[in-house]
Design a binder for this molecule. Structure first.
Ligand SMILES: Nc1ncnc2c1ncn2[C@@H]1O[C@H](COP(=O)(O)OP(=O)(O)OP(=O)(O)O)[C@@H](O)[C@H]1O
Ligand SMILES: [Mg+2]
Length: 611
């Protein structure tokens, strides 16, 4: 039979039981020892008192000097036998002895065989002769003798006969120890019983407590373990997000500066392609334009990652976003991969930029395709989770190991061959989702595919109707003031706007702008400038409309008669944004309450072009 190991509760119970039993045993033992010592002391005193009484009231008068001078025999012995048996030993006494003081010889004992023997402790005898009473507990036959060798109390007292000037002999009396023992026993038995009862009571009262304590300790340990694990996980997440945050700032900064350069490169190459007639030159200009646009797309991805691109959020149903992109996805992914849609009806609406959500889906789907190496199943799933809407993209590919997962959202992190991937796909996803107030996570174990989970906060609003984009490039003749501290941007804007027929005035700073006379139909201004920002400049100037231009989402407050155009933009983008602003009857002509550009563009319908 196998013995089951003891559980923690049983072990604690045993320990507790042992400890309480030990404490009670020690306390009880000490008490018993004390009781026994007391009893014995008392008994000895009683025997001593008795012996002294016998010596003073009987022996002094009844004994003859010859009884303590030489060993007695014959008629004397008979007389003494009678004396001691009848008058001394009748109250529980066991034995008597009379010692001769000079040498310790026993002159009489009721056990006759002891008569004539000598004490083995003459020093003790001398002490007694000097007046001390000696008390002892020993065995009856410790100094020889016949009969049962029982435990006894023995007392020596000095013996002084009537007429003598000092004690000449020692009287020894042995009393039975049995009454002392039975008196101790009479105490011990109920006391031990009481102790056992107390112990049982203690256990009954405290075992449930011990049990509860064990459970509490175990719960506590488990809670601590979970807390530690959670902390570890959170700090890992924090490390990851701090890392991405730092890279994001760097990427955002780079993208911002690149945008100004690309605005010029793309803008001027656009002019070149429009104005050149020489075939060769035209081809070169087109190449520059194409490269510039690719660079602009890259910059855009970096901006997306750094969560600083201009989003045009509206209330949408993620199920619609999936369905809209479905046919394109199937084409992109190929026939050998099954696409399964598992869309929860009644999904919460979310507030996001639909084109960016399309971008997220596309990036996740393309990654899944690449991971599945030609065949497998791509599942796109939506569902409600608390107040959030979830969008999950799963594949049956090779999965992602821990090391890759830790870096997967970093820009330019790719495991693909040079030229196959830029490593910006998931960074873009990360940025778009984060900027939309959500979060994206990945779960995977190598060999078992991967699932990317996008969580967006749900709204209680209905899906906003889709706005139709109108895109004719049209100019005008209104008065436009351009304020930008970057010469390269300023000049390009001037050229583009003049090209569109507007009456353009260009100044490099807010200071010079405020020094100008007159009213403006439109102010085109950079958001961030050295002396002042575009928003406060717009408030100072008399302009009917304002078009802010920036490399990234200013995030600051913009008045409702303003729109926002993100760098880099094309000639067409600018033309449309300007025309929309100037033609919009909805926009009040006086600056009103400040609103965010996102809110302003999404609610007015006439939104600024993004790229
Ligand atoms: N579904 C997936 N299964 C396995 N690995 C994946 C999956 N999605 C992403 N990865 C890994 O993450 C890396 C980064 O993905 P990301 O989309 O950011 O860049 P990329 O696909 O390599 O390049 P691109 O910029 O073209 O998207 C990929 O190289 C790949 O190793
Ligand atoms: Mg990718």
């Amino acid at each position: 039979m196998r013995i089951k190991p003891l559980g923690p509760t049983a072990i604690l119970h045993l320990r507790f039981a042992a400890a309480t039993a030990a404490v009670l045993a020690i306390a009880g033992g000490a008490l018993l020892w004390d009781v026994r010592a007391n009893e014995m002391h008392q008994a000895e005193n009683t025997v001593a008192a008795h012996a002294r009484y016998v010596e003073q009231s009987i022996l002094r008068d009844e004994l003859k000097p010859s009884d303590i001078a030489t060993p007695v025999g014959g008629a004397d012995r008979k007389r003494l036998d009678w004396l001691f048996n009848a008058r001394v030993l009748n109250g529980g006494g066991l034995r008597v002895k009379l010692y001769r003081g000079s040498d310790g010889m026993v002159t009489y004992s009721n056990l006759h065989s002891l008569i004539g023997t000598t004490t083995d402790d003459p020093a003790e005898l001398r002490e007694v002769l000097a007046g001390r009473t000696v008390k002892d507990v020993s065995r009856l036959n410790a100094e020889g003798g016949a009969g049962p060798n029982v435990k006894s109390l023995e007392v020596y007292v000095p013996l002084q006969l009537r007429g003598q000037s000092r004690p000449r002999a020692v009287f020894e009396l042995y009393q039975s120890y049995a009454p002392v023992a039975s008196s101790i026993r009479a105490f011990v038995t109920p006391f031990a019983l009481l102790l056992l009862l107390a112990l049982a009571g203690l256990w009954i009262a405290l075992f449930p407590l011990v049990q509860r304590m064990v459970r509490a300790i175990e719960r506590d340990r488990a809670a601590r373990r979970t807390a530690e694990e959670a902390l570890e996980e959170t700090s890992e997440q924090l490390r990851q997000s701090q890392k991405l945050e730092a890279i994001g700032r760097l990427a955002g900064g780079v993208a911002h500066d690149f945008n100004n350069l690309l605005l010029a490169i793309n803008g001027y190459s656009e002019f070149l392609t429009a104005s050149l007639s020489d075939e060769h030159q035209l081809r070169y200009a087109r190449e520059i334009r194409a490269a510039g646009e690719r660079a602009a797309a890259l910059t855009q991805q970096l901006l997306a990652f750094s969560r600083r691109q201009v989003l045009q959020p509206r209330v949408l149903d993620l199920n619609d976003s999936v369905r809209e992109i479905e046919s394109m996805l199937r084409r992109l992914i190929g026939e050998r991969i099954d696409v399964v849609l598992d869309l929860e009806p009644g999904l919460r609406t979310v507030e996001a930029d639909p084109s960016q959500i399309g971008q997220v889906l596309l990036n996740l789907a393309v990654n899944a395709r690449d991971a599945m190496d030609g065949s497998g199943t791509l599942t796109i799933r939506t569902r409600n989770d608390g107040d959030d809407a979830l969008l999950e993209v799963s594949d049956t590919g090779g999965g992602i190991d821990e090391a890759t997962q830790a870096r997967i959202f970093e820009p330019f992190f790719t495991t693909k061959a040079v030229g196959q991937g830029t490593g910006l796909g998931l960074s873009t996803v990360y940025g778009i989702v984060a900027q939309s107030g959500g979060e994206v996570s990945v779960s995977s174990s190598p060999g078992h595919g991967a699932t990317f989970r996008v969580r967006l906060p749900g709204t209680l609003l209905d899906v906003a109707p889709l706005e139709l984009e109108t895109a004719p490039r049209a100019g005008g003749a209104e008065r436009v003031l351009v304020v930008d501290d970057e010469a390269i941007v300023r000049n390009l804007l001037e050229q583009m706007l003049v090209d569109l027929g507007y009456d353009v005035t260009v100044v490099p700073s807010a200071l010079e702008a405020t020094a100008l006379e007159g009213a403006w139909d439109l102010l085109v201004a950079d958001v961030v400038m050295p002396e002042t920002d575009g928003v406060s400049l717009a408030q100072q100037l008399d302009a009917r409309h304002v078009l802010f231009i920036s490399g990234y989402d200013p995030g600051s407050l913009v008045s409702p008669n303003a729109a926002f155009l993100q760098k880099p933009f094309s000639h067409d983008d600018l033309a449309q944004a300007v025309r929309r602003l100037l033609d919009d009857p909805m926009r009040p002509s006086a600056p009103g309450a400040a609103r965010s550009p996102a809110a302003a563009t999404s609610s007015s319908g006439a939104s600024a072009a993004r790229r």
